[in-house]
Unconditional design. Structure first.
Length: 316
């Protein structure tokens, strides 16, 4: 009897996951179709602007801006500093999409909802994604206001964004080497040297939040190999990588922790530090977007070549 119950439960769970996948996939397609109907450009580059970095949008020659609340199926950010706009325009003469505001797991969204915009960006034809965030620094060589190019990450989120039925944008078990595109990392270093901008490199630790880290947690993450820690980015990057989108990530170090002298931190202080770093962040991002257009796409983009979701749709 117990065996039968387990079989029934397993079958129901499998059916639930299948239905959940279909519903989410249909929502992605509906949202992408709605946006395509309103698009006047066809960008292949997108930016996700994080805490305190939304002002980079002021550098964009806006051709169209749509509030998240007006986009079908789109979540709405509840965090101060994340205003919630989908922007079409030009940065440095390059057509882009900018997400002014992102969604966080700690807000109560599932990972499918947190990464929903990235799935939509893929359907819109995005091939290169730039992500930024505010992060706590635990590398003793870092200072508040430093920019850190993310070379790798450690995923400490309790739910994986690829859990469940596999989306046909990539393999069931994606390789995670060079998740952050080496050619874009190299380009960032070149631009920083030209403009004499202090640039750090390191590993970003993604955590659930919403609490800031305890001193012991800072020390643990540092021992494990982390240089900065924050509550975003990792889920978005994993999904983008699974889609074959080449990705570049950068953190603004807005506070420091794990050292001998404990330092209290607030969300307002994080925003203030991020705002002060805005000019150099803007300069690097603008140059990277212009020059990245000339870079050869990374090997991971092979999943994007034939847009496999189109083939999947024709079979369903």
């Amino acid at each position: 009897m117990i065996v039968v119950v387990f079989i029934v439960i397993f079958a129901l769970e499998k059916t639930f996951q299948q239905n959940l996948f279909i519903v989410m996939y249909e929502k992605i397609q509906e949202t992408a179709s709605w946006l395509k109907a309103k698009m006047v450009t066809h960008p292949t580059t997108a930016i996700i602007l994080g805490t305190g970095l939304g002002r980079l949008a002021e550098e964009i020659q806006v051709e169209q801006a749509i509030d998240y609340k007006d986009i079908p199926n789109f979540p709405v950010s509840t965090v101060e500093g994340h205003s919630g706009k989908f922007i079409f325009g030009k940065l440095g003469g390059v057509d882009i999409i900018a997400m002014k505001g992102r969604f966080h797991y700690y807000e109560g969204y599932s990972m499918k909802e947190v990464t929903f915009p990235v799935r939509v960006l893929y359907e819109l034809g995005i091939k290169t994604l730039f992500v930024s965030n505010a992060a706590g620094g635990m590398n003793p060589g870092f200072k508040i206001g430093d920019l850190m190019v993310i070379t790798d990450h450690i995923n400490f989120f309790p739910e994986h964004p690829l859990r469940g039925k596999n989306y046909p944008t990539g393999p069931r078990f994606p390789d995670m080497h060079e998740t952050y595109d080496p050619s874009l990392i190299k380009l960032a270093g070149q631009i920083a040297r030209e403009k004499k901008i202090r640039l750090q490199y390191g590993v970003y630790v993604g955590v659930q939040g919403p609490t800031f880290e305890t001193p012991a947690e800072y020390r643990m993450y540092r021992t494990l190999g982390g240089d900065t820690v924050g509550m975003s980015t990792v889920p978005e990057v994993i999904v983008a990588h699974h889609c074959g989108i080449r990705t570049f990530g950068i953190s603004v170090v807005t506070d420091l922790g794990g050292f001998d002298n404990p330092v209290e931190v607030s969300h307002e202080e994080v925003q203030e530090a991020a705002d002060k770093a805005q000019p150099i962040m803007t300069e690097i991002m603008r140059e990277m977007i212009v020059r990245s257009e000339k870079l050869e796409h990374s090997k991971n983009e092979r999943y994007n070549t034939d847009h496999p979701t189109e083939e999947w749709k024709s079979q369903s």
